[in-house]
Design a protein around this ligand. Structure first.
Ligand SMILES: [Zn+2]
Ligand SMILES: [Zn+2]
Length: 359
């Protein structure tokens, strides 16, 4: 069988941030790397869909302690087809024409201490999609055969997009929460972009879920997704007391805190039971964790920073989604809508995730 061939243009459409803090602009004059110029191990992916993540706004603003490249093409929840592979690439785990995902960790060296221990997201030579290398807000992007995530045939591209960041992130946090089936997990912000996926992964893993969020709409969503208990923070007088009441006075076994405010973290130390795990996932730029050291020690609480996931976490998160057990709720827009999407996210007008069709 001959290999598929693809027509690859020399220039493309991409959403570019010219300098930190400037607006994102869709331009039609961005170069596409020629297949002949791809290094061994590199591949060219023609994108179909890409999710938009809050991280993309931090990248555009440059307000994190680690600074992004400039000019910047953001995006790290991309799904597309491999249209070229660098010559002299040996033992590629993916092939031409295959559908793959591009996640936040665009590539890792696989040889440093962190990579050898399986912590590819902490690789000392890591390439971050839409941050230190061009991301997925473009028609074509250079990626890496050893790091792309294969997308199973029974998972649609648009549905897979946000699994690659939001899904992987909450899945890994649950996986490492050292909880067992039947145990209680608290999810502050359960009705949000990460939270609503966390409910579904937690239920898939047999955990009992206490969803915390505000308002009737969020309550309905969380209960539809299988939350076992609901706390409305706009009504609750005492969230810690409410969690304890639901858990027979003992507290929850773990909390996956995706919120950007520090209060969510402080409360968790109080409502977790002895030897509970606080999985810290949200990435506020400058908030501090102000938990009681006495009770952290006295109760044997583990505070565990959980940062996206490695290749295996991504494969597992995608496979669970492909089984139909986890669905991302998203609104579909077009790449050309991206400036408006950034404004809407900044102004808090977006419920759930946004996925852009790359046309
Ligand atoms: Zn993200
Ligand atoms: Zn490494």
């Amino acid at each position: 069988m001959s290999e598929p061939t693809f027509d690859i243009p020399k220039i493309q459409k991409a959403a570019v941030v010219a300098k930190a803090g400037s607006t994102v602009q869709v331009r039609n004059d961005q170069p596409v790397k020629s297949p002949a110029d791809l290094a061994p191990g590199e591949c060219l992916v023609k994108l179909h869909f890409t999710g938009v993540c809050h991280t993309d706004l931090h990248a555009a603003l440059g307000d994190w302690p680690v600074k992004p490249m400039i000019p910047l093409i953001g995006g790290h929840e991309g799904v597309g087809t491999i249209v070229a592979i660098g010559k002299n690439t040996s033992h590629s785990p993916v092939k031409l024409g295959q559908r793959v995902g591009i996640k936040w960790v665009a590539d890792s060296c696989l040889n440093c201490e962190q990579c050898r221990k399986g912590h590819e997201q902490n690789c000392y030579n890591v390439k971050l999609s839409g941050y230190t290398v061009d991301g997925t807000f473009s028609q074509y992007v250079v990626s890496y055969v050893n790091s792309v995530t294969p997308i199973p045939d029974n998972l649609e591209s648009a549905a897979a997009a946000s699994i690659l960041c939001a899904g992987v992130t909450v899945y890994r946090a649950l996986k490492y929460s050292e909880t067992s089936p039947g145990e209680w997990i608290v999810l502050p912000g359960a009705g949000g972009g990460l939270g609503h996926m966390a409910i579904q992964y937690a239920k898939y893993m047999g955990r009992r879920v206490i969803a915390i969020d505000g308002g009737e709409e969020k309550r309905k969503l969380c209960e539809e997704l299988g939350a076992d208990a609901w706390i409305d923070y706009t009504v609750s007088q005492d969230i810690v007391a409410d969690v304890k009441k639901i858990t027979d006075g003992r507290g929850a076994h773990a909390a996956v805190v995706t919120t950007a405010s520090s209060s969510g973290y402080v409360q968790a130390v109080d409502y977790l039971r002895e030897n509970g795990h606080l999985m810290a996932v949200g990435l506020p730029g400058d908030a501090k964790l102000d938990a009681s050291i006495f009770f952290t020690v006295f109760k044997g609480i583990t505070i565990h920073g959980s940062y996206v996931g490695n290749r295996q976490d991504a494969v597992e998160a995608i496979d669970i989604a492909a089984s139909g057990a986890v669905k991302c709720h998203y609104q579909l827009k077009k790449l050309s809508d991206i400036e408006q999407v950034y404004n809407d996210i900044t102004n808090g007008k977006v419920a759930g995730r946004i996925v852009l069709e790359v046309v």
